[in-house]
Design a protein around this ligand. Structure first.
Ligand code: MV4
Length: 452
């Protein structure tokens, strides 16, 4: 095992990684921007190093400064968390050439999976089911209109370097193609510095189901069941749950085996997530694979009883997984609500400021991953996630009832939060029945403006 790890992140995930390290007996080095000087990760880590001003490009995204911090502090490995440098091939490469272990897959694997159309084509060739679509990058509007005819509307345009919905546009009719192609291309260019788009059949009323996987250095690849992440707004996940109500034991086994096969085809190592769409007829299709620890990993931990972060670190240090697929059992149901500093009554505009008063829920079946405290000032330079409220129940009903209770107990004063919107979703009769799909929030919950 490593003796020291540098945590190249901030907020709740930095705290989550520090906690895993403490349990493993590993010392931690936090890096922070001037803005985060008084944050909890800085207080809880064994050592903390300022890597720059509040601007992400000058601090959490600044590769030379983070590498220098690791060298000065004598860290043997870097955990990137999610976002920032987590899926940056160059960063993984620089770690490697500096003799520091990057806690994630090899740079070549990050590159291959970062190109969404290349990943899709490679895996399709190996017999993995992918969404019907075209293999080539679409160059311009007129080509897009021509090629869309081959797939048939509705189609979806996606950014080749994408992920997270940026540069994505569903096109229902030929007449809208010109405008939407332009918008998607522009968004891809500004978000990823690359404007390339590709095209797939748009699957309406499908569910976003992702499988958690861990692969050790001996090539043992295990899956930890699925998370249903269909409850999103503008491609931002709001609520995740495990297991999904649409999978039975046999479909879970089938999809889990495909997820494991994806890792084997790619020579993957570490923690990863294989994303699928599942349509109304329960046909499933590979979408993309994320090469990082995900925000929503706690719901998997709650139903499997395994610590994804500790096992991810163990694998990076060269240890092999000491258990097998048959030992992974899913028990009960877990939900996660992402509590953001955003105002749902004002189109989810971010709501930075100081938390004047606050109270955390507790009691049976509740887990909260958060970095906030009374008096904490929420910066406007980073994402607005304040807390992940996670519940566990013996069944879905108990997990939902506990979530409703916990949301009522939760007090965050001084800033607006998404708590009222979560309460609104939990009241919805379709949600209660587990009857939802990817554009459910937009279609069923955003019809009228939301007021708290
Ligand atoms: C899709 C899709 C339907 N058809 N692709 C969204 C994030 C990215 N990882 C992939 N995503 C989707 N890809 C095809 N061919 C639906 C989604 C999707 C979604 C779309 C609209 C509104 C909410 C959504 C939530 C999850 C996934």
């Amino acid at each position: 095992m490593f003796s020291r790890i540098l945590v190249a992140n901030r907020g709740e995930i930095a705290l989550r990684i520090i906690r895993a390290c403490k349990e493993l007996g590993v010392e931690t080095v936090a890096v922070f921007s001037k803005e985060d000087e008084h944050s909890l990760p800085v207080k809880f880590a064994d050592e903390a190093i300022c890597v720059g001003p509040r601007e992400p490009a000058e601090s959490y995204l600044n590769v030379p400064r983070i590498i220098s911090a690791a060298e000065i502090a004598g860290a043997e490995a870097i955990h990137p968390g999610y976002g920032f440098l987590a899926e940056n091939e160059q960063f993984a490469e620089v770690c490697r050439s500096s003799g520091i272990e990057f806690i994630g897959p090899a740079p070549g694997v990050i590159r291959k999976l970062g190109n969404k159309v290349e990943a899709r084509n490679t895996l399709a060739q190996k017999g993995i089911p992918v969404i019907p679509g075209l293999e080539e990058i679409v160059e311009n509007r007129s080509q897009a209109s021509r090629l869309a005819g081959r797939i048939g509307y509705p189609i979806i345009l996606k950014a080749v370097s994408g992920g997270g919905g940026k540069g994505m546009r569903a096109v229902w009719e030929k007449k809208d193609m010109d405008v939407l192609f332009g918008l998607a291309q522009q968004e891809a260019k500004t978000s990823f510095g690359r404007s390339g788009l590709y095209m797939e059949k748009y699957l309406d009323k499908a569910r976003h189901i992702e499988f958690q996987v861990l692969v050790d250095g001996s090539g043992k690849a295990l899956h930890f069941g699925e998370r249903d992440c269909s409850i999103q707004r503008r491609y931002q996940k709001l609520i995740e749950e495990s297991p999904s109500v649409v999978l039975d034991e046999s479909l879970r086994k089938e999809m889990g085996e495909i997820a494991v096969r994806v890792t084997k085809e790619l020579g993957y190592r570490g923690a990863g997530t294989v994303e699928f769409l599942v349509d109304e007829k329960k046909r499933f299709y590979f979408m993309e694979m994320n090469t990082r620890l995900q925000v929503e990993h706690p719901v998997t931990e709650m139903v499997t009883g395994r610590d994804m972060v500790k096992d991810q670190i163990r694998i990076a240090s060269g240890e092999n997984l000491p258990y097998n697929q048959k030992d992974i059992k899913m028990e009960g149901v877990s939900l996660e609500c992402r509590i953001n500093a955003e105002d749902p009554a004002r189109n989810f505009i971010s709501s930075p400021g100081k938390i004047s008063s606050f109270h955390l829920p507790g009691g049976p079946g509740i887990r909260i991953d958060t970095h906030i405290f009374s008096g904490y000032r929420i910066p406007s330079f980073y994402d607005s996630l304040l807390a992940k409220l996670i519940t566990w129940g013996r069944d879905r009903e108990e997990a939902i009832v506990r979530m409703k209770r916990a949301l009522e107990e939760f007090v965050i004063e001084g800033v607006k939060t998404t708590i009222p919107f979560h309460q609104h979703i939990l009241e919805n009769e379709h949600f209660r029945k587990g009857d939802f799909y990817t554009n459910f929030v937009e279609e069923k919950l955003m019809k009228e403006a939301f007021y708290d």
